[in-house]
Design a protein around this ligand. Structure first.
Ligand SMILES: [Zn+2]
Length: 410
């Protein structure tokens, strides 16, 4: 495959030669057709910007009303009330739920996301119904995107009998990460909660991700229990904290200590770029410290929140906005987090960002997961969020003009 006349990370125009799903060569624009002897069948980049395809490392594909009529938000405050609001309503869809889930993934791919780490809620209400819907969507779009599934106890582990065996069923059925959530605030027994989560990780050989919405020092306490278990089980590089926004909102010495431990234990951070009245983590400082940072969209237009539109370029804008960034290099760093930053969390073989100025992902040997998008510079692209996009995955154009193309092999 040839992708002609594109500007990698907004640089000089090149032609990209792709072989076996990887970037095989970069030629000055206008010369590749001759070199490769394949004048026909090239993808016309039309001088657009090429960036690595997006990675969403924190999405709830099973918590979505994308594609359904807009609905007034009815959730009460707090995780438990929101969970109950979802539990009362999620089955109420005019089309089968698996179609809503698959439609959400399709819309994400159409906008340039080809790597997805999705939660699947597992509890005594939905049992494996939501997990199976995410699994079916993953299989349906297996040639257009790489999807990893987390078994996620949204309703806690200890409040309702029967959750843990269901999580084990999901792990046996293909979940590759086990989730946990607010060990102090939700289950009110952090040691037991985390011992169960890490115990399952050890037994099934899967990664761990903990949703942490806990405020201030309560969150710090939970985080340090997570660090202890990561160290004790030798799980360095296999644990991530999601949200954890309030860990930046404590005394600077305390948050510095947390970042040091995250770097030492190679614990990644997945943010959904929430609004915050307090201090936000410094993204550049985290990357400089060697901490992998990824971005996600969380639930989209669901029973928790009306936000989210399947567009990681929008979310990259939101990351820059909520971190109050103005400098081009730092806004481009947000684009790098939304693409290769997340990829290095999902796949430890993907090279992590080494500095806020690092722009990897489009070199010879890299996987040819690429989005072409209109714009003058990468920063202007983040600001304008252009709609003229072409998405390439595994040596094939999988989406164009915000639509997923039919799979020729299907
Ligand atoms: Zn979430």
């Amino acid at each position: 495959m040839l992708i002609i006349n594109v500007r990698p990370w907004g640089g000089n125009a090149v032609d990209i030669e792709v072989r076996d799903g990887r970037i095989a060569a970069l030629h000055p624009a206008g010369t590749a057709a001759v070199n490769a002897g394949t004048a026909g069948g090239a993808v016309d980049g039309r001088h657009r910007i090429a960036i690595p395809a997006f990675t969403d490392v924190h999405v709830h594909l099973d918590s979505t009303r994308i594609g359904l009529p807009f609905r007034e938000h009815t959730g009460g405050p707090g995780v438990w009330n929101m969970m109950c609001n979802d539990r009362e309503n999620w089955r109420d869809t005019p089309i089968p739920y698996p179609e809503v889930v698959a439609g959400t993934l399709e819309r994400m791919i159409a906008r340039g996301t080809t790597r997805v780490r999705s939660y699947a809620q597992v509890d005594v209400d939905c049992r494996l119904e939501r997990f199976e819907a995410v699994l079916a969507a993953k299989e349906r779009f297996a040639r257009a995107a790489t999807v990893e599934i987390m078994a996620f106890p949204q309703a806690g582990l200890l409040l309702e009998d029967g959750t843990v065996p269901l999580l084990e069923d999901a792990l046996r059925a293909g979940a590759t990460t086990i989730g946990g959530i607010d060990p102090c605030q939700l289950d009110r027994d952090p040691v037991r909660h985390l011992d169960i989560v890490f115990g399952l990780a050890e037994r099934y050989g899967v990664d761990v991700d903990i949703h942490l919405h806990e405020p201030g020092h309560l969150g710090v306490f939970s985080a340090e229990l997570i660090f202890e278990r990561t160290r004790a089980l030798g799980m360095q590089g296999r644990v991530s904290l999601s949200h954890a926004y309030d860990l930046a909102n404590v005394h600077p010495d305390v948050s510095a200590r947390l970042l040091e431990q995250m770097a030492e234990l190679d614990i990644a951070w997945a943010t959904v770029a929430p609004a915050s009245g307090g201090t936000q983590f410094d993204l550049a400082r985290m990357t400089d410290a060697g901490i992998r940072v990824g971005l996600g969209e969380d639930g989209q237009r669901d029973y928790w929140s009306p936000y989210g539109n399947c567009d990681m370029l929008d979310r990259a804008w939101q990351l820059a906005f909520t971190h109050r960034l103005r400098k081009d290099r730092l806004i481009e760093h947000c684009a790098a987090i939304a693409t290769v930053g997340g990829a290095s969390i999902m796949d430890r073989a993907v090279r992590r960002l080494t500095s806020p100025d690092d722009r990897p992902g489009l070199a010879v040997g890299d996987e040819a997961d690429i989005v072409l998008v209109d714009g003058e510079t990468v920063t202007s692209t983040v600001m304008d969020r252009g709609a003229d996009r072409t998405v390439i995955h595994d040596g094939r154009v999988v989406a164009d003009g915000l639509s997923v193309l039919p799979d020729p092999a299907a």
